[in-house]
Design a protein. Structure first.
Length: 323
């Protein structure tokens, strides 16, 4: 069955664990799987600029035996001169998978609907599921088993990172707490989906406007930039609103004694996080950044395996129809 990864809950709890297990194995033995041998080509399409997403996917595709085709903003007809559906049909004839960093989640859904190869959400306005896999991998390396652990996200709780932390951490059986100003809290549909997943895994979900309530006793503290792409004109007002949610040394002191700090980057020291925190001993941000590579390699391998498209699977398990 063809598999895509558009939102964190596209993986069941068991599948998420399998991907993290595989990520650990690939980190230990970087070239042990070659599902893209040939080399097969993976399209990595950017509507938004990127550093970690571009480097990690390009490197990861190469590690898996493939060839990354980077398509930068404005370099294709996708979505303006040619419909998403038509582009999906063309991509499916030439590519082994499509990775897309874009704006609307609906575009990814349309791409997947008309594609016969896996489609991966490398970031949309609503979700950033690949980042959460990397974060979960990092926490598992440093904290051990994830079920029962508590993660606190503070800051802009209405953005794609907050949404994916809710869904991805609930899938992992964690207690996820999200704190932000009243006007910047996650949509109820996302909270409801996270709570439904948490009921299956033994996790829990808390949404609050009180950062101390979220931080108290947490195993991991996470934040994100207060000013995302396209919000630059709102910087002064957003800084004022989010200042009480900054991750300072005092905020970290509210968390557990061994609490760690994560940030998806880029980070702005003196705004959402103090330099003493992100550059201090509790910070795992550089492991987290590296783990984008290993988590995404594992994800691509899982999707290709599950879709019967991996070149290094036994021939009897491969999907043979013509795309």
């Amino acid at each position: 069955m063809l598999r895509h990864f558009l939102i964190d809950t596209d993986l069941t709890p068991e599948e998420q664990t399998r991907v993290l297990d595989l990520a650990l194995a690939l980190k230990a033995d970087r070239f042990s799987r070659r599902p893209l041998a040939g080399p097969q080509t993976v399209g990595v399409v950017f509507d938004k600029t990127s550093t970690r997403t571009r480097v990690s996917f390009a490197t990861g595709v190469s590690d898996l035996g493939g060839s990354p085709l980077i398509i930068n903003p404005g370099e294709s007809q996708l979505g303006h001169k040619e419909s998403v559906a038509d582009s999906a049909r063309v991509f499916s004839r030439m590519l082994a998978a499509v990775v897309w960093r874009t704006y609307a989640q609906s575009g990814l859904e349309e791409m997947a609907e008309h594609s016969t190869v896996p489609v991966v959400n490398a970031l949309s306005d609503d979700y950033h599921p690949c980042q959460i896999l990397a974060d979960l991998l990092t926490l598992r390396e440093h904290l051990g088993d994830l079920p029962g652990r508590t993660l606190a996200y503070v800051g802009d709780a209405a953005n794609n990172m907050a949404n994916s932390y809710l869904l991805g951490c609930a899938t992992a059986g964690m207690h996820v707490r999200v704190a932000g100003p009243q006007q910047h809290l996650p949509r109820q549909v996302v909270v409801d989906a996270a709570r439904e997943r948490a009921e299956q895994t033994g996790g829990s979900v808390l949404v609050t406007t009180d950062p101390a309530e979220a931080l108290r006793g947490a195993d991991a503290v996470v934040t994100d930039t207060w000013v995302s792409m396209g919000q630059e004109d709102e910087k002064a007002e957003r800084t004022r609103i989010f200042q009480p949610y900054a991750v300072t040394r005092e905020a970290m002191a509210l968390a557990g004694e061994e609490a760690v700090f994560l940030h998806c980057l880029p980070a702005y020291r003196g705004f959402e996080v103090e330099a003493e925190v992100i550059d201090g001993p509790a910070s795992l941000v550089w492991d987290e950044a590296e783990n984008r590579l290993h988590a995404q390699k594992a994800l691509l391998t899982f999707l290709l395996d599950s879709s019967g498209l991996s070149a290094d699977l036994p021939a009897a398990l491969r999907r043979e129809e013509i795309r």
